[in-house]
Design a protein around this ligand. Sequence first.
Ligand SMILES: Cc1cc2nc3c(=O)[nH]c(=O)nc-3n(C[C@H](O)[C@H](O)[C@H](O)COP(=O)(O)OP(=O)(O)OC[C@H]3O[C@@H](n4cnc5c(N)ncnc54)[C@H](O)[C@@H]3O)c2cc1C
Length: 466
Amino acid sequence: MKTEKYYCEPSKQIPQIETDVFIAGAGTSGCIAAIAAARTGAKVVLVEKLPVPGGTYTNGGIGTYSFYAAETNPERAKRIVGGIAFELAQRLEAAGGATGFVPTANDHYHSPYRFMADHEIYKGVISEMLIEAGVTVFLQTMFCGVAMEEERIMAAFIENKDGRRAVIAKQYIDASGDGDIAKHAGLEQVENWQNYDQVCGGPTGLVFGMNGIDFDRVIAENPEAAFPLGTTIPARDGKLPIQRFAFAHTAVPGKYKKVEELDINFFTSFQSIHPNEATYINNSKGVMTDASKAENLSHAEMQMRIKIMKMARVFKESVPGFENSYISWASIQLGIRASKITICDRILTQQEILEATRFEDEIGLYGFHDLSPRRPECLVREPGFYGMPYKMLLPKKCSNLYMAGRCVTVDIEAHMSTRNTVSCMIMGQAAGVAAAMCSIKGCDTRELDYSELRKTLLEQDVILEA
Ligand SMILES: Cc1cc2nc3c(=O)[nH]c(=O)nc-3n(C[C@H](O)[C@H](O)[C@H](O)COP(=O)(O)OP(=O)(O)OC[C@H]3O[C@@H](n4cnc5c(N)ncnc54)[C@H](O)[C@@H]3O)c2cc1C
């Protein structure tokens, strides 16, 4: 909704909170940034608009590959991601909330292992880690503005049940996904959602789960449409089992007419980490919209709730094996793959990713590319990983802000690599460590000595050479 009219809000004094590092968004990258900053010795305030930490990791991005270099053979696999991302995976496993690293035999992804976590256990484990690190967390709290002086953020404004507060920090991290701090600071942003239906299921998506599905019957009674994906592995040593199948209604035109009438992708993947439950169903063909805008977001959320309701009903009524099924959960908010990108000092290109380019200021290594199953030419070349430069976290025209997560990388093909969960966590850890170091040293983001940053990242088990 556009408004032509403006109301002049009366100015008033509001309570002030002082901290070293302020982070907007307790999602995939923001939680890791907060833990890293606190472990580096900074006082950290983390705000999240939802009632739970976790962000898109808990809303759909749960099927993580990507801890290893791009490779199809587990025996040749080289782990290239450590730090808090790997520690989190280990803690999820220890809490009985993960499948462990499962070799991806017959999987169509160029990743030697798949790691899946239970979204509810994730919420508990990440909460434990935030509390242990001593992060001050405000849930159900909206970041809603900044005060700027030239190219420096002076305060962030937040609102929650206590009212409006100003958070005065030395350094700020934008982990909101959409780049909300950058937007309010007036920094340059470009939209990257428009062509996302050409690279994957669209810029938005609502992941949900269904209980009561008879997996064996689905595969046995729909032989032309349903086929197993990867290896089925039972529960073992406290690890969750894994079973996946794809349902490609388009493989048998005319047979599943009601499914065809749904506005969904050509096949649906059903991923299970609990018996008889398709824990993650990811095919709702998201609404094409700029979900960083409030009205668009609300409309897309509602459209997707309607879509999954219809989808579940059609499968129940028309696909053998689904007769006793029902929706068991749906993510708390719409998943957003792409909306706005903030322009940073270094923008990774698809060519650099493909060519496994290395940089002199690396904060991590990464190798997964979400386009590789459909477009093998997108596979990262030998040795199967590229470097992530520090400068990709630094938004132009701001001296005390870091960007972390899916809000960087303009080129949508390159974004199909950098937006993935583990990549977002790598950026989060680097942004958190760097912001803490700047706040302690009293320097700006571009004045930080890279050799000192590198040393601290290595001390925190980040892998920088493989
Ligand atoms: C449907 C779907 C399926 C996916 N599947 C996979 C997959 O299988 N594997 C994979 O690796 N990746 C997957 N991804 C991608 C990946 O999960 C995301 O790109 C990644 O998690 C984004 O991390 P982030 O930290 O940038 O944002 P998020 O994790 O979304 O975190 C942003 C947080 O900021 C909060 N926030 C936003 N604005 C404000 C504000 N103004 N004030 C306060 N809080 C705010 C949000 O509520 C959210 O918690 C998927 C994504 C989607 C949408």
